[in-house]
Design a binder for this molecule. Structure first.
Ligand code: URA
Length: 436
């Protein structure tokens, strides 16, 4: 068997068998297959796809390419959560302390931002002192002691996905259904949880631009979950505009803190209630989704979720002075208002453009090695369906470079589209896929 034959087979639209997929995954992970050959195969997969059987094999091979974590020490039922990515996505940071405050153990590994979407690990690291790089053992100890640990990808989890994802990112092959499904599910399978709630984002700020594509992705992931004996629920959420109002690492942490204190923007509230309700259900702590949604809000309003977040930050070395308001997060030097010269209702707010603008400001990375600036980003003042008058502030750009900030403010203005007619806001929850 050789890689050229495998590339040619997929290039010509044929199905790969288990041996060929296994050969590729093993030999790319150990460095025997070079990046240029892997890139050719990934591009052929992007164009010609993988069927369900190939996708499942691809996923399981990637999961097996590294360590398979055993979380039975923490509990019999461990529920994990993952999102296909979005702009301003601070859902993990808000939701996981709520879930932990309900007595459900939370052990979650999150990635760093790359491209137009941010990463939860970067956001958490904008809390001075917070260490996302715990060893697996330290992480499990923290879950046993505090009921929660949020870390970055640790150990040797699905190293094949790490390499293939980084490669896809630089060859324009992220947005492929089988590649996304196998990337997400391989990590979830290796990470040891036995129940999985997935947020599948749809819209201008997501990789899946249409509901139909998102439903297909969700269905594939559900099937892989079933085959791997991991009950999986996919919640489709609207990502036509950023989640909440803030985009950028410190800005998002500040918004997450406000949410945990009970000041929750409507879209974030809908998403945490739905994902949370299914997490509670899958954990076996409540079958009635409506009751579960109420439990989520109850533990925000009674302060238990915020206390759990403070406990988490402290346990991971973070300075809780920043969380309880004794200390101020470092702000960007310039806060530049984006002023509207139109009136009407906001009709569209291109999420991907906004993500790219925040990367340009320094909040994200174009290359893995890029340094990020925690303080910079965007705070929206107007979102879809809001009424806008001429001279109203649409958003604020937070920048450490005045010229760049002004340039980004102009670009941000262009990301808004207006209508003279009233605009109806889409709900944040577009559907749930749980049965196959
Ligand atoms: N998130 C992942 O983990 N993998 C993808 O391919 C896309 C989003």
């Amino acid at each position: 068997m050789n890689i050229i034959d495998i590339i040619s087979k997929k290039r010509d639209g044929y199905k790969l068998n288990e041996k060929e997929i296994n050969f590729f995954i093993q030999n790319y992970t150990n460095g025997s297959i070079k990046d240029y050959q892997a890139a050719a195969l990934i591009m052929a997969i992007y164009i010609n796809g993988l069927d369900e059987e190939e996708t499942t094999i691809f996923t399981l091979e990637m999961a097996k390419s590294g360590e398979m974590i055993n979380l039975s020490d923490i509990g019999d039922i461990i529920v994990d959560k993952h999102s296909t990515g979005g702009i301003g996505d601070k859902i993990t940071i808000v939701l996981m302390p709520i879930i932990a405050s309900l007595g459900i153990p939370v052990m979650k590994m999150s990635g760093r931002g790359l491209g137009f979407t941010g990463g939860t690990a970067d956001k958490l690291e904008s809390i001075p002192g917070y260490n996302t790089d715990l060893s697996l053992e330290e992480c499990i100890n923290n879950v046993k002691k505090h009921g929660i640990s949020l870390i970055t990808m640790t150990g040797n989890i699905a190293p094949a996905d790490k390499k293939i994802y980084a490669l896809r990112d630089v060859i324009g092959c992220v947005g492929s259904l089988p590649l996304m499904a196998s990337s997400i599910m391989s990590k979830k399978i290796a990470a040891g949880a036995n129940k999985i709630v997935l947020e599948v984002t749809v819209g201008s700020g997501a990789y899946m631009k249409t509901q139909k594509e998102a439903e297909k992705l969700a269905t594939i992931m559900n099937k892989i979950g079933k085959i791997s004996n991991k009950e999986t629920v996919c919640v489709l959420t609207n990502m036509d505009e950023p989640t909440g109002f803030s985009i950028g690492n410190t800005l998002e942490i500040k918004e997450a803190i406000e949410c945990l204190k009970g000041n929750i923007p409507e879209d974030i509230k809908e998403i945490i209630m739905e994902l949370g309700a299914y997490m509670i259900k899958l954990s076996g702590k409540g079958d009635n989704l409506e009751d579960n949604r109420n439990l989520i809000l109850e533990n925000v309003h009674n302060g238990k979720a915020f206390s759990k977040f403070v406990e988490l930050v402290k346990a991971q070395g973070g300075d809780i002075g920043y969380i309880n308001g004794e200390k101020e997060f470092k702000q960007a030097k310039y806060v530049i208002p984006v002023v509207s010269d139109e009136f009407g209702y906001v009709k569209a707010l291109n999420g991907e453009n906004i993500g790219n603008i925040s990367v340009k400001l320094g909040a994200g990375r174009l290359q893995k090695e890029d340094k990020i600036d925690n303080a910079v980003g965007i705070v929206l003042n107007k979102k879809i369906a809001d009424k806008v008058e001429v001279q109203d502030v649409l958003a604020y750009v937070h920048s450490n470079n005045e010229e760049l900030g002004k340039e980004c403010a102009n670009e941000l203005k262009m990301a808004y589209e207006f209508s003279k007619e009233k605009v109806l806001k889409k709900p944040s929850i577009l559907g749930v896929i749980k049965e196959i």
